[in-house]
Design a protein around this ligand. Sequence first.
Ligand SMILES: [Zn+2]
Ligand SMILES: [Zn+2]
Length: 345
Amino acid sequence: MKAVIKSSPGPGFIEVDVPVPEPGTSEVRIRVEAASICGTDIHLYDWNPWAAGRVVPPRIMGHEICGVIDAIGSGVTDRAVGTRVAVESHIVCRTCPECLRGEFHVCRNTSILGVDRDGGFAEFIAVPSVNTWPLWDDCDPAVGAAMEPVGNAVHATSVADLSGSTVVVMGAGPIGCACCAIARAKGAAHIIAVDRSPFRAALAKTMGADAGCTLEPGASMQEVISQVLGDREVDGVLEMSGAVEAIQTAVHLVRPGGWISMLGLGDAPVAVDFSTDVVMRGLTLYGIVGRELFATWEETTRLIRTGAISMTSLITDRLPFTGSAIDEAVRRLKKGTSGKIVLTR
Ligand SMILES: [Zn+2]
Ligand SMILES: [Zn+2]
């Protein structure tokens, strides 16, 4: 089968022929219909320090996947051939202390598809059956693939009661844009999104933000946000960018007693005056990793099926399922001229 892999340490992916995987015990094999491209894939493509420290090539890339089960391994009784599924990309051990507490999303032995084991930029993938999420009849495979990152937004927005609140979304990539839609659905009174890309700031507005601010080079994020904020107080920040300025602005921007939900990953430690800006102001910071298994998937399904999250707006680009299309997708994502990009067959 064709698969897009990281063949050796260094930038880029290549398309190669590899054997079709056989499903192991408790696994299913999925014929992949759609896969979407993530910011993590860009780090892997560029081979940044995180990728270099974690990934052992050769490795099939891709962790946002939808397809149809075409074979089941021994011991699988809860899934059937022919079922269309989305895939939870975090494979957890179910035996560590966190797993035993039901906190699977912080499993200390998590293995991530397309990072720690072979992913889904391929014709087929074998995964544990418990990592598949059966989809509804007539679910668009592109939507199924994008449920994984939308789940990140559902998780990030679950930390506080958003109704009546003013929230700022920092970083209007696909997850930030999904946060805008969810905050709107949950009754937030005022939603301000900010991004360096005018396209993405506009998309955030389409998705549900009241204001989508473009941060011009050299401009102060605090000033840009304050201008649209007027005399409103910010109850919470959804920090989806990982940018140093965003995090440092967030701790000043939220009102005393407010919260910051942090999902964006930066490249280096960030200096914050915790005593003055966090402790003395009584802020609550939440680190958001992955999705809660599987409450987040239930809520994501509900939000998409009720139309609260417009997936047709969020998925801006559909490309063929080829290695060269992934190169093109990485280029477009770096330019900031797209929302979610999905490869489809
Ligand atoms: Zn992802
Ligand atoms: Zn575990």
